[in-house]
Ligand binder design. Structure first.
Ligand SMILES: [Zn+2]
Length: 142
């Protein structure tokens, strides 16, 4: 350890005030990103539902993505939101189809708009919704 760092008189610091992770970040930022990611400690991976084009929703969880396509529900009964678990009238919720595999499709009912619904439901409900969708089987067109 050199004691010639700027602004610090020799001997005022313990010789190893750097963890291996700190050293890695300073010397090899690329490696550090690979090993520890860009995330800040304690922050969960990206998780959320985002409105995209044509009334669809995108469910994003880390690097996974599922697309929710709006479909018309049959019948005239009230809808039950699968995220915040409120009962909604037909005009307050939307039924979505999600393709989770080559021959597997899920249907989900969600409030419209989605932002206050996610606020009511909270991150834990959103995480359990994501658990029902992911992982999505890759679909091959051959
Ligand atoms: Zn809801």
């Amino acid at each position: 350890m050199s004691d010639s760092r700027h602004g610090q008189p020799p001997g005022s610091q313990p010789p190893s005030d750097h963890s291996v992770q700190d050293l890695l970040r300073e010397l090899f930022p690329e490696t550090h990103r690979e090993l520890f990611g860009e995330r800040h400690p304690g922050r969960p991976p990206t998780l959320g539902l985002y409105p995209v084009a044509d009334g669809r929703l995108a469910l994003v969880h880390g690097d996974q993505l599922a697309e929710f396509t709006p479909v018309s529900p049959r019948g005239a009964s009230a809808l039950h939101c699968d995220l915040c678990h409120h009962t909604r009238s037909r005009s307050e919720a939307q039924l979505y189809r999600v393709r989770v595999g080559e021959r597997r499709t899920r249907y989900l009912t969600l409030c419209a708009p989605t932002a206050p619904c996610q606020g009511r439901a909270g991150p834990r409900a959103l995480a359990s919704l994501a658990d029902r969708i992911f992982p999505i089987e890759p679909v091959y067109n051959d």
